[in-house]
Design a protein around this ligand. Structure first.
Ligand code: ZN
Length: 471
């Protein structure tokens, strides 16, 4: 039985999907105004791990992860580009999103996170967003004002008395926190934009209310319900999205469909750097591509897995050192077990380890506890009779199951550096010949070239050169 912590109820609950055996899952993806940072990396990786675990437990998972390709930050970037390069705003916007979407997919690939079953972009959904907004206007949950459309929070609250059900915010407190009349286009200060009228120097799409663009919250409601249905199983995102983004997604979706929106809300914790908030102004902003250039993807994943997904995760030098140590230990396990073909597990010790792993992961995807099972497996492997090859084949199978859920390789060979063993051996041979010919410059160049690619050479007595992956 899988139990998940549901932000909506504030409790751990048994996970029972709407349709037996099937799971519909929507997670809020990136806003493509800049490069992804390691917080985005955590988000995509956390939900990828959850998806893979649900698949491991036999569910047929449909995963949707959106791309926000129009919003204030993207427009601000595009306006800078347009001014700098003297090009049209439309072309500048296109360039900003093209560059950052390409970067996002490149990061996903390097991190080893699969593309979701559907990766809809907001601007591909403009027609459906307009219909959704029109339906809310027809039901009087929304109104047009000066070319923009706003959602009536107060009317929604009067109907269902449930605004704030996700975030726990009280509507009176929210009123206390806003100034009345701040935005003269709104009937009420809590109302939020579903559609934003085009301003000078912006891109826009044609709508019944004039040219404009979708607000941020509406795109997720429209894409999620269009692809997964009015009610679906899991909605995920970072804790920073609970309010207002997810609260508003619920409000506008329920106002339109009249039925429950997402049934389980899963929120991951955020990342700090040496216990400080990550931000550009603090100079500790780490992009995902920089992180992946400085360490194997497996090390970064081990960092991510070291905290429960709902907890904050602090990136520190100490944590990184620890993750590298774990990587090395797991590499030992891989080297040892990959010499055997996987066979189905019957050994009692290994079955117990698998049960323990499933029990931990069933408990709200407790990856730190799940990880401890991998170390127990390592101990079992290291202490087992070397002649019992059947045991090692089964251990390989169990290792492969856990590794595939976490998307780990931990190969001492060269997946991480893009060179095969044969290529490395050939380079070592070239270097040996160069040394023999007293061409030390060439020998040094080969060593440097391999080091650049993350391969460390160690010359041993007797003219033997060993190599290992630098961590
Ligand atoms: Zn969203």
């Amino acid at each position: 039985m899988i139990r998940v912590y549901n932000t909506l109820t504030g409790k751990k609950e048994e996970f029972v999907p709407l349709m037996p055996g099937k799971v519909g899952m929507y997670t809020c993806g990136v806003t493509v105004y800049d490069k992804c940072h390691i917080g985005h990396g955590r988000s995509v990786y956390v939900f990828e791990t959850i998806r893979r675990y649900l698949q491991y437990r036999g569910f047929d998972v449909t995963m949707v992860r959106n791309i926000t390709d129009i919003d204030d930050k993207i427009l601000a970037k595009a306006q800078n580009v347009a001014a700098r390069e003297s090009i049209e705003i439309g072309a500048a916007w296109q360039r900003v999103i093209d560059v950052n979407i390409a970067g996002y997919y490149d990061d996903l690939k390097k991190l080893g996170v699969a593309v979701a079953d559907r990766e809809p972009r907001a601007t591909e959904y403009v027609d459906k967003i307009i219909s959704f907004v029109q339906a809310l206007i027809d039901k009087e949950f929304a109104y047009e004002s000066n070319g923009s459309v706003y959602f009536r929070v107060r009317r929604y609250q009067e109907r269902c008395n449930c605004y704030g059900e996700l975030s726990g915010k009280k509507i009176d407190d929210l009123y206390a926190g806003v100034r009345k009349g701040e935005d003269p286009d709104k009937e009420d200060p809590l109302d939020f934009a579903l559609w934003k009228a085009k301003k000078e120097g912006e891109v826009g799409w044609t709508s019944p209310w004039g040219e404009g663009r979708p607000g941020w919250h509406i795109e997720c409601s429209v894409m999620a319900t269009d692809i997964l249905g009015a009610t679906f199983d899991i909605h995920g995102g970072g804790k920073d999205l609970v309010f207002p983004h997810h609260e508003n997604e619920i409000a506008q979706s329920r106002a339109k469909t009249g039925v429950e929106f997402a049934r389980y809300w899963l929120h991951h914790g955020l990342i700090t750097i040496e216990n400080q908030k990550m931000s550009k102004s603090l100079g500790n902003f780490t992009t995902l591509s920089d992180a992946l250039a400085s360490m194997p993807a497996d090390v970064l994943k081990i960092m991510y897995l070291s905290a429960h997904y709902r907890s904050p995760l602090d990136f520190s030098e100490a944590k990184l050192t620890e993750a590298k140590r774990v990587y090395e230990r797991l590499s030992i396990l891989v080297t040892k077990l990959d010499a055997y073909e996987p066979v189905s597990v019957t050994n009692v010790t290994l079955l117990k380890l698998r049960d323990a792993f499933v029990e931990y992961m069933d408990d709200d995807f407790n990856t730190p506890a799940g990880f401890s099972v991998m170390f127990e497996l390592l101990t079992a492997v290291n202490t087992h009779d070397e002649n019992d090859t059947a045991f090692f084949g089964q251990a390989r199978q169990l290792k492969d199951e856990m590794f595939s859920i976490f998307g780990l390789e931990c190969r001492t060979t060269t997946q991480a550096v893009g060179l095969s063993d044969v290529e490395i051996e050939a380079k070592i041979e070239d270097r040996k010949i160069a040394k023999k010919n007293k061409d030390f410059a060439k020998a040094d160049a080969i060593r440097a070239e391999l080091l650049e690619k993350g391969i460390v050479l160690e010359d041993k007595p007797g003219g033997v050169t060993e190599w290992r992956v630098k961590v």
